[in-house]
Design a protein around this ligand. Sequence first.
Ligand code: C2E
Ligand code: MG
Ligand code: MG
Ligand code: MG
Length: 280
Amino acid sequence: RAKREGKCCYHFFEPALDEQARQRRQMELDLRRAISEGEFELYFQPLYSLSEERLKGFEALIRWNHPTKGMVSPNDFIPLAEETGLILPIGEWVVREACHQASRWEDGLSVAVNISPKQFTSPDLVTKILNAIAASGIGANRLELEITESIFIAQVDKTMAILHQLRALGVRIALDDFGTGYSSLSYLRSFPFDKVKIDRSFVTDLATGENGHAIIRAITTLAEALGMETLAEGVEDEQQLEILRREGCRSIQGFLLSRPMSASQVLAWAEKEQDLAIVG
Ligand code: C2E
Ligand code: MG
Ligand code: MG
Ligand code: MG
């Protein structure tokens, strides 16, 4: 390290960078082990239709049962998994496991799976999804894929072609985190999504001012006109629920109904769903 002392401006930053790079390498090794040892688990959060007053299905949300760190959130490892390409084997497991769990549910319930942009660059995404559906025995229309606008940044034509192939299988496509990107509206024009998921940030803001209502109303009106359903993410209280209902939002998801839960909790939850206070 002595050599570095003489070079002005470098030595303040390098140790931090070294440490960052080291942590990254360690996490990549950890992720590889997690894949081979099966340390991932899917949690499920209810998707509830206000218009039909019924449970429609669940979104599958990955969790990492790390041997020393405990439960690791996807926000803390999905970005690295994407950078390293490890999202491909992880994503393949997610789709298979999600379809498998859905096969244990009542026939009318669907499962939503998040697909990251990197997965769209893999030539066999469509085959993998088809195989997962076939292995589980569920109908393709019970699988919904959630994508974000970021998949359109690279290779627009190829991405569109894949989306159309997936749609042809009978799978549903939802646009996740709607409204957070740079040009959200233009993407609604480019593909006939089945559903638009209004980002949680718009729901959080609802109680604080009138503009929030107007934005929700504008999104739901536009989406309906284009033949797309709307779902609001991150609904945490009754006040938000009432506003969303009034402004024409079709479905909701959020802590108000339930936090994401393990596969074994889902079955029990769905059974007593009829008693939900929200149905009223
Ligand atoms: P997302 O797809 O937008 O999922 C919704 C996130 O919001 C979940 O966080 C969920 O737990 C959280 N959430 C739901 N309701 C509420 C609420 O009422 N209040 C608050 N504060 N939060 C709520 P989670 O499970 O930590 O997942 C974060 C993100 O990680 C997901 O955002 C998704 O982009 C990504 N992700 C999760 N699972 C997978 C996966 O299997 N594959 C890929 N590629 N990405 C995944
Ligand atoms: Mg999602
Ligand atoms: Mg979302
Ligand atoms: Mg979101």
